[in-house]
Design a protein around this ligand. Structure first.
Ligand code: RET
Length: 313
């Protein structure tokens, strides 16, 4: 036997929906799985060319694509799914034609619950946002994803209530990025500011398309699960792989210390660590291409913090 046997092999795993992906959808999910896996390897390869003090963003980025790789493997294999009764049956639709149940991939939401906070974390670290603000933003993000999951698993019109809560959380995140984090990024100046700008605009443009995709698939049952796979797949590639490329490129000359995060080399003593002379990384030379914000403003993630404040990792 040749070709993609996943649907056939897993047809008795759990219950199957009337409307589910075909071999085309499965092929596409596996393609994105391979892209995510390959990107993880490339990022780790790049990370090992850097000193440990400079790998923060590489590690976060690799974790994001590695988790997505597993989720896409599950979806390509037609696993991590549940049949859910649709709210609108649409008997005359060319695409979804009178299906009682639709395949809902909860695996997608497990992926997002892990990876979207990490994507946001990368941006908020880039801007040097203080830790409490980071935590609040990540919490809103997890809430948004959980709302999407519960809504997707709900048959009645109450699903749109969850969508609305999710949208409120998304607007909160957009506010945090556009107003709060932007102020911090402006204070840092130089490359971190440019990188933050570029990546946050890219992220927000894409993130507002997710609730549209949800409305057409899990929400309104308008498009076929294969089209859902393509819609979400393209969005995920753009907001994971392309976003990561932009971010790592933007940070190619920046050290976490310049963003107010002190990270030690294994052989670095506490003494050196606090004086900022380990691994040749001191202030302000690490603010590469910087418009030279004074060290006290580029400090521990907050405009008023001292740069060498211990305990900020
Ligand atoms: C849902 C439905 C509920 C309302 C909103 C949503 C937004 C989801 C977003 C997901 C982003 C995912 C990313 C994945 C990367 O691979 C849950 C669809 C607002 C913004 C970036």
């Amino acid at each position: 036997m040749s070709g993609n046997q996943a649907l056939n092999a897993n047809r008795y795993v759990g219950q199957q929906a009337d409307l589910q992906i075909t071999n085309h959808g499965s092929d596409w999910y596996y393609t994105v799985c391979a892209m995510m896996g390959l990107t993880t390897l490339v990022i780790m390869g790049l990370a090992f060319r850097k000193p440990q003090t400079h790998r923060l963003f590489h590690y976060i980025a690799a974790a994001i694509t590695a988790v997505a790789c597993v989720a896409y493997f599950a979806m390509g294999s037609n696993l991590g799914q549940l049949p859910i009764l649709v709210q609108w049956i649409r008997p005359r639709s060319r695409w979804v034609g009178a299906a009682g149940t639709r395949e809902i991939f909860y695996a997608r939401y497990i992926d997002w619950a892990i990876t979207t906070p990490l994507l946001l974390l990368e941006l908020l670290l880039t801007a040097g946002v203080p830790t409490p603000t980071i935590l609040a933003t990540l919490l809103a993000d997890v809430l948004m994803i959980v709302c999407g999951l519960i809504g997707a698993l709900t048959q009645t019109r109450y699903k749109w209530g969850f969508w609305t809560f999710g949208m409120a959380a998304l607007f909160f995140i957009a506010y945090e990025l556009l107003f709060d984090a932007r102020r911090h990024a402006n204070t840092l100046g130089g490359d971190p500011k440019k990188t933050f700008w570029m990546c946050s605009v890219w992220l927000l443009l894409l993130w507002f398309l997710y609730p549209v995709a949800w409305g057409l698939s899990e929400g309104g049952n308008v498009i076929h699960p294969d089209s859902e796979a393509i819609f979400y797949g393209i969005l995920d590639v753009l907001s994971k792989i392309v976003f990561t490329g932009l971010l790592l490129w933007g940070h190619r000359k920046t050290s976490p210390r310049a963003l107010g995060r002190n990270i030690r080399e294994p052989d670095q003593t506490a003494e050196k660590y606090h004086h900022g002379d380990g691994a040749g990384e001191g202030f302000p030379s690490t603010l590469s291409g910087s418009t030279a914000s004074p060290p006290s403003t580029a400090g521990a993630g907050h405009p008023t913090a001292h740069p060498a404040a211990p305990g900020h990792v």
